[in-house]
Design a protein around this ligand. Structure first.
Ligand code: IPE
Ligand code: IPE
Ligand code: MG
Length: 228
């Protein structure tokens, strides 16, 4: 099915509360949440023909969490990517990241760097994972990368080239699960004209049906970009 969406971005929230409601440890919620990732990517790429899917997996603020949870999340990420490796090739998906991955534990970083390198030939489907990503860090980094000359007469076009998302279309739709209605430092500049969709569903319960509801809601919106 074709939609006018070029880019859909998710804030995968509610893993902890999902686990809590099942009487499980928060880490179990992350495990089940991770299993949703490929289903969501497939639904976007294959069913809805959306070329860019971006997932918020770890924010610059998430380092505040207990060390065991942080280390669990990155171990899970490495295991998950190794396990799903062949799916990237079978479905011709390019893996991309936004955020400063140099601060990630070595194991996770190595898996990411390798898979990104091996899938960079694929152009039609890009799965971007936001890891140690924060929009404020992103904008400071972009400014610091401008040349002296560019900095004198700073333009949006020049700045944009230094964002982690350079070359990607802005998200048409940002979906946040778990009932929270905030951006939590996600894609603040890229979201200038994004549509927002908030659902009380926790991320581990976010299935194809829940996904399709978000798209259907998006189709009912009128985007004006400042025009009439
Ligand atoms: C989202 O789920 C995953 C990450 C931020 C890594 P949470 O862990 O934030 O789950 P809740 O919000 O506590 O339920
Ligand atoms: C946002 O979720 C970050 C990710 C989903 C990775 P949080 O659970 O960290 O956000 P807050 O703290 O509720 O705003
Ligand atoms: Mg949360």
């Amino acid at each position: 099915m074709d939609t006018p969406l070029k880019h859909i971005a998710f804030i995968m929230d509610g893993n902890g509360r999902w686990a809590q409601q099942c009487g499980l440890a928060r880490t179990e919620g992350h495990k089940v949440g991770a299993q949703r990732v490929f289903d969501v990517a497939k639904r976007a790429f294959k069913h809805w023909n959306i070329p860019y899917v971006t997932l918020y997996a770890f924010s610059t603020e998430n380092w505040k969490r207990p060390a065991y949870e942080v280390s669990f999340i990155f171990k899970l990420l490495a295991t998950y990517l190794k396990h799903k490796r062949s799916l990237f090739f079978e479905n011709e998906i390019r893996l991309n990241t936004i955020g400063d991955i140099s601060k990630l534990p070595e194991n996770a970083r190595t898996v990411l760097v390798d898979l990104k390198e091996q899938t960079k030939k694929y152009k039609d489907h890009t799965l971007t994972i936001a890891l140690n990503y924060g929009a404020r860090e992103e904008v400071l980094r972009a400014i610091s990368q401008l040349s002296e000359e560019e900095r004198q007469h700073i333009t949006w076009e020049a700045l944009e080239k230094h964002l982690y998302t350079a070359g990607m279309p802005d998200p048409d739709l940002i979906v946040r699960t778990s009932g929270e209605q905030r951006l939590s430092n996600y894609l603040l500049l890229q979201a200038a004209y994004s549509e927002f969709y908030f659902t009380p569903t926790y991320w581990p319960d976010f299935d194809d049906e829940a996904f399709d509801k978000a798209i259907e809601e998006y189709m009912r919106r009128t985007r004006r970009f400042g025009g009439i």
